[in-house]
Design a protein around this ligand. Sequence first.
Ligand SMILES: [Zn+2]
Ligand SMILES: [Zn+2]
Length: 155
Amino acid sequence: MPSKPRNRLGEVYGQLTVVRGSERRSSSGNAYWWCRCSCGQEREVPSDKLSHNLSRRKPTITACIDCSRELQIEAVCAKNDREERQRRLAAEQARAGLQGSVPERWLKLPFTDAQARERGEVLFFRGTRCLRGHLAPYRINGGCLACAGQTPSAD
Ligand SMILES: [Zn+2]
Ligand SMILES: [Zn+2]
């Protein structure tokens, strides 16, 4: 017999407010609670997914299924933006040290493939060596130009 669950009525977890108990129990005996999302939709959530402790590794639920999906998409977009900013910054720093040792036009290319796509260009130069040690621009989807024999590596 599972122990009586702690009363969570009225507690708030992110966008969710616990509105009523549920008869449902998880296989490990955890109680479920019906929660109302700030968008108005309800979701049945097991109590072990309702937590204010965000530092723990176990995933928590903080919104209805639809809103969770949106939050997830936003988080992925934010992460991609952050990573792309870091890639551009790293390329800018790498290229700053290459002034005079690579063709001037390489230093005018976009920093990353994403930036090349934004500008409608096909080449970019991150200022880093390819796996075979070439220092050369890359073609979007095509890899290192020196590997492709289209330009000599700057060395
Ligand atoms: Zn919602
Ligand atoms: Zn190469």
